[in-house]
Unconditional design. Structure first.
Length: 243
């Protein structure tokens, strides 16, 4: 009986925690990051302020938990794409990750804005912790993508002059630990690939392409094919068909 009661309490707590997070994202979508307020969420849920503080000690605690969830969600999507991508087609691998990134962002615009939009006013991210670990996991997937295509892309990166000192120690440690054979230029390519996927997508999520193009997805697709060509990951070299 005791175990059943504890299990029910744990389930109810998990459900309430999930509802708090969902409402927080809804408030952020309506009023921006500054709209996230534990007291406002408590009012909407019919809870007392004291009760909601038993779930999150303060607003920053909630934002940290949300951020970790969002990074984990995106990392899960990327990891699934990485597993399903054609291993014999470097161009196909890049496109698979790019498609996944856009699909996730379009389906989760509030979450995208939380981690890539304006900082939440007054929020101080804790050093280390679950959010930073989740971000590290996402970075590891992108490094794995570059590691998989580096043999084909390396000849196009001979002009790069990056040194390990150009990167933050945490990124250097992750790269050298996970892929010790990758040079600094490959880490730079990882960041460039991320920024290339991110650029048009950010314009789309924030509505800046609404009055310019009828199909942002088509523009994004064209740009990613172009990026593959700049890396020498062409259709002829990989057998990949462009849609």
């Amino acid at each position: 009986m005791g175990d059943a009661t504890q299990s029910r309490r744990a389930r109810l707590r998990a459900e309430t925690t999930s509802e708090i997070k969902t409402i927080a994202l809804k408030h952020m979508a309506a009023g921006g990051p500054a709209a996230i307020s534990l007291r406002a969420i408590a009012r909407e849920m019919g809870m007392t302020a004291g009760a909601i503080y038993s779930y999150f000690t303060n607003r920053d605690d909630l934002i940290t938990a949300l951020t970790a969830d969002v990074y984990d969600s995106l990392a899960n999507a990327f990891e699934a794409a990485h597993s399903a991508a054609p291993q014999d087609s470097p161009a196909g691998q890049v496109l698979a990750h790019a498609h996944t990134y856009r699909a996730w962002a379009v389906a989760h615009p509030e979450e995208f804005r939380l981690i890539y939009g304006d900082p939440v006013p007054g929020y101080q991210a804790p050093a280390g912790g679950v959010a930073q670990e989740a971000e590290r996991r996402l970075c590891a997937v992108l490094l794995a993508l570059v590691a998989g295509v580096w043999e084909h892309a390396a000849p196009t990166q001979q002009h790069c002059e990056e040194q390990w000192s150009d990167f933050q120690p945490s990124l250097v440690a992750l790269a050298q630990e996970s892929f010790p054979d990758l040079p600094p230029a490959a880490v730079a390519l990882c960041l460039r690939l991320w920024s290339r996927m991110h650029g048009l997508l950010t314009l789309e999520i924030y509505g800046h392409l609404r009055h310019q193009v009828t199909d942002p997805g088509k523009l994004y697709e064209t740009d990613m094919h172009d990026f593959n060509r700049t890396l020498g990951l062409t259709e002829a070299a990989t057998g990949t068909r462009h849609s």
